[in-house]
Design a protein around this ligand. Structure first.
Ligand SMILES: C[S@@+](CC[C@H](N)C(=O)[O-])C[C@H]1O[C@@H](n2cnc3c(N)ncnc32)[C@H](O)[C@@H]1O
Length: 295
């Protein structure tokens, strides 16, 4: 009984703390730095360039689950626990995704941009990069669109999280995950079976997609050294601080082929210094070219 009461008291205190934090998390800068160091040491994920307030909030969520009342105590807990670091990794790097996410964007790629690319490429190999592909939903969607458009293409799909990539490679998903695909794509590339809990993506797509680990924040070459006709880097940059976003925008732009396209997420904007011009503001697609507004 005493234990239960004690843990309720801690819980109440934490809930009280949490309520008083509201949107702004009070920083214990030293403890936060120590937690980030431990995370990097155990998992390789370096979150120093991620938005600090959002990392702190996710750590706090984890502390609430564990009833740990201060960052300093959590720093002690994670210092020697690889298992805890792996738990935190899962919370800090968000892998929410879906097939054909934001249908308007993929509709435009499917009906306008890729058919145009099919004509321009005239049978040569078209190179696509799905950067920050999570569990592969975006990469397989792109493979469907290339295949459907009759494009001879390859999709390099990368993420920092090796566990997410293993799921991506397996290429099996629940029926509900594939629900947002247009009916024509579902009929052509998804075989439904009532006997299985998960559905494999069609084998015709397997030769198109290649998965590999890649850290967008690290100064390393993109897969195959670049010259991409299309890069989709959607809902990833939003997690980084502005300075890191700008650096990655420049790097992604350098990885584009001459008139290659870069498609980013709804809330992601290149800084004015990035040599991109807007191709579709509705779908957040840019093309390598002059700096916007420049002469
Ligand atoms: C919200 S998901 C986006 C998935 C997909 N692009 C989409 O729009 O649905 C963000 C992904 O970015 C990955 N990520 C986070 N930091 C990264 C980094 N430094 N380098 C590469 N990928 C990273 C995460 O592991 C996660 O899978």
């Amino acid at each position: 009984v005493i234990n239960v009461m004690a843990s309720l008291a801690v819980e109440e205190r934490i809930q009280g703390l949490w309520a008083s934090y509201g949107e702004t998390v009070p920083e214990d800068a030293l403890a936060l730095d120590a937690i980030m160091d431990s995370l990097r040491r155990h998992t390789g994920l370096d979150v120093r360039e991620y938005r600090r307030a959002s990392v702190a909030r996710r750590i706090l969520n984890r502390m609430i689950t564990l009833s740990v009342p201060t960052y300093a105590l959590y720093a002690e807990l994670i210092e020697f626990s690889e298992q805890e670091a792996m738990e935190l990794l899962g919370r800090v790097s968000i892998k929410v995704s879906e097939f054909y996410r934001n249908p308007d964007v993929f509709d435009e790629l499917r009906s306008e941009l890729l058919p145009r690319l099919a004509i321009a490429s005239d049978g040569r190999l078209v190179r696509v990069w799905s950067a920050g592909c999570a569990r592969g939903e975006e990469a397989w969607t792109l493979a469907m669109l290339l295949h459907e458009a009759g494009i001879n293409g390859v999709v390099e799909a990368t993420d920092i999280d090796a566990t997410a990539l293993s799921c991506a490679k397996r290429g099996r998903y629940s029926a509900s995950a594939m629900q947002s695909l247009p009916a024509a794509l579902r009929q052509r590339y998804v075989t439904t079976s009532t006997h299985e809990a998960t559905i494999p993506v069609d084998s015709s797509l397997r030769a198109i997609v290649r998965f590999s680990v890649h850290d967008l924040l690290a100064d390393v070459s993109p897969p195959g050294d670049g010259a991409f006709d299309l890069i989709c880097c959607r809902n990833v940059l939003i997690f980084f601080q502005r300075s890191a976003q700008e650096r990655i925008f420049h790097r992604l732009t350098r990885s584009l082929a001459e008139s290659g396209m870069l498609c980013v997420g709804e809330a992601e904007w290149p800084a004015p210094s990035v040599p991109l011009r807007t191709l579709s503001s509705r779908s957040r697609v840019f093309q390598r070219g002059d700096v916007e507004g420049g002469s």
